[in-house]
Ligand binder design. Structure first.
Ligand code: F6P
Length: 516
């Protein structure tokens, strides 16, 4: 870290810590710290008269950010050359320095260099053709898709399909990630092999879980008398040559670029199962919502940049207040997989101990991301949030429009509970009885969506991508590599290969399981 950045951190840590209720003495607080990103079909897709128009309110007023802290973090972002690094990302420079690659996930949504956008659109066009051919029945009667992939090749599709197909899916998709065969068997039980396709999603096309699941899925088609089972396999990959070697027909390979990181790949052909389930037009809206956030992130500066503002708060809690976790609660059943998705995005990106230059970091990096859905979580883990000894910043996410058609009381109670929790965490409650006393002064942020449609989900995910990137830039780390997951993989391979000895505990466990 530069001397300038170090001095800013020293000052930050020494700044007075006012309570949330004191901060609310400022009558302008909500308007200063609550802002909206919106989009419309016409603005984003260039469709004349497109009807949809929507947005998300990002309310960070119940965090401890105030004018002084925001100014200090703005100085930090200058000292860390945030704007330069952001321009480098959108400009296609190799900001993933440890792997010598650019990060072109935003180009998949139409924002980036002309060359990267053009390339992404060409690959999308190929995906669109296959999606529409399947919908039109050109590949036979396809009712189900088993999508095998893991990590970034599964979490995004699983989240988007779960969130957007509660009422209706054009094709019934089952995302299978775990090597535990029970996961694949469960998908088999829900599908008819005669009308099922298999998508093998793997950036590298070498991941052992995915390749094993893919082979078993292919065998299931063969065992069930499907003619030409290989013709039913689609590969989504940045290593098309490996897919060909594995036996996938070239016409069924949907490639994406190596510069699209695994946990940032939902927008590329890894999104194929999403497009198949929701249809190409809705997939376009999903990309367009993300694009609206890209344009905001690319053009807004300082505190007006909402992902950057969120990163200011995240760093403040991690590095000044010592918070080791951050919780996210969606008050929307459709987002029940969002915490899983954000865990990979944030922890695999920013769970680092060295800077991009390879030096030890100057403080804690990514907190542990965890969470669940409201109101369920209130009756399980909120006790600790209100009265436990940990200070845990909380994000609430909700939609004004309901996802259900039942008595409106359901949605009213859901939203009032969401807002009440934020208010209670902040206000606390006095009592002479210690057990009934709530300290309060516990921070939360709220993301209130007009509706939870495809564009909004795209916008929400893109917001979190940029928030993660902004945090990484302020800490000086590379969010696009993940060497930390390699060691365990190598050891598993070594155990599988045999002939090597391990520590006494591992040897004993292998022995007990009959694997020694
Ligand atoms: O576990 C590490 C990781 O490389 C993730 O980053 C990635 O999303 C996942 O494995 C799957 O990798 P692949 O898409 O190459 O199969």
């Amino acid at each position: 870290m530069s001397d300038a950045a170090a001095a800013i951190w020293t000052e930050l840590k020494a700044m007075p810590q006012r309570t949330l209720l004191e901060l609310f003495d400022d009558g302008e607080r909500v308007s200063k710290l609550s802002d909206r990103i919106e989009w419309s079909g016409e603005d984003v897709l260039g469709e004349e008269g497109a009807k949809w128009n929507s947005g998300i309110q990002f309310d960070w007023s119940k965090t401890h950010l105030d004018d002084a802290l925001l100014t200090q973090f703005e100085k930090l972002s200058e000292a860390m050359d945030f704007s330069g690094k952001r321009a480098a990302m959108f400009g296609g420079e190799k900001i993933n320095n440890t792997e010598g690659r650019a990060a072109t996930h935003t180009a998949q949504r139409g924002v980036g260099t002309d060359a990267a956008v053009e390339e992404a659109m060409a690959l999308h066009a190929r995906m669109k053709m296959l999606v529409e051919a399947i919908h039109d029945g050109a590949l036979g009667d396809i009712k189900h898709l088993i999508h095998v992939g893991i990590g970034g090749s599964a979490l995004g599709p699983a989240l988007a399909i779960d969130a957007l197909t509660r009422d209706f899916a054009k094709v019934d998709v089952h995302v299978v990630s775990n090597i535990d065969g029970t996961a694949l068997e469960q998908a088999f039980a829900a599908c008819d092999p005669k009308t099922t396709m298999i998508a093998v999603a793997s950036k590298t096309f070498t991941t052992i879980e995915t390749m094993t699941n893919a082979a078993s899925a292919l065998k299931w088609l063969e065992d069930n008398g499907v003619d030409d089972p290989s013709g039913r396999v689609v590969a989504l990959t940045a290593s098309p040559e490996k897919a060909v070697e594995w036996g996938v027909d070239e016409t069924r390979i949907l490639p994406f670029k190596e510069t699209v990181g695994g946990r940032y790949s939902l927008w590329s052909t890894i999104g194929f199962p999403v497009a198949l389930a929701i249809g190409w037009d809705e997939f376009g809206e999903f990309l367009a919502g993300a694009q609206a956030v890209d344009l905001h992130f690319q053009n807004a500066d300082g505190r007006a940049n909402l992902p950057l503002r969120a990163a200011f708060a995240d760093l403040y809690y991690a590095r000044v207040r010592g918070c080791q976790t951050r919780a996210v609660f969606a008050y929307d059943e459709r987002l029940d997989l969002l915490p899983d998705y954000l865990q990979q995005l944030e922890m695999e990106s920013n769970g680092k101990s060295v800077t991009a230059g390879g030096d030890p970091v100057d403080g804690p990096t990514a907190p542990v991301t965890w969470g669940g859905v409201g109101t369920d979580a209130q009756h399980a883990v909120f006790q600790l949030l209100h009265q436990g000894t940990h200070l845990i910043p909380v994000d609430f996410i909700a939609s004004i429009a309901p996802g259900d058609d039942l008595n409106p009381a359901h949605h009213r109670i859901l939203l009032t509970n969401c807002f009440a929790q934020g208010a209670a965490l902040m206000a606390g409650k006095e009592s002479d009885d210690g057990a009934r006393k709530f300290e309060g002064n516990r921070p939360s942020a709220t993301m209130l969506c007009d509706d939870l449609d495809a564009a909004t989900l795209g916008a929400l995910i893109a917001f979190h991508e940029h928030r993660t990137f902004a945090s990484a830039m302020l800490m000086g780390i590379n969010p696009f590599d993940q060497f930390g997951v390699e060691l365990g993989k190598q050891m598993a391979n070594a155990i599988e290969g045999g002939g090597q000895s391990f520590d006494a505990s591992t040897e004993a466990l292998l022995e007990q399981a009959g694997l020694g």
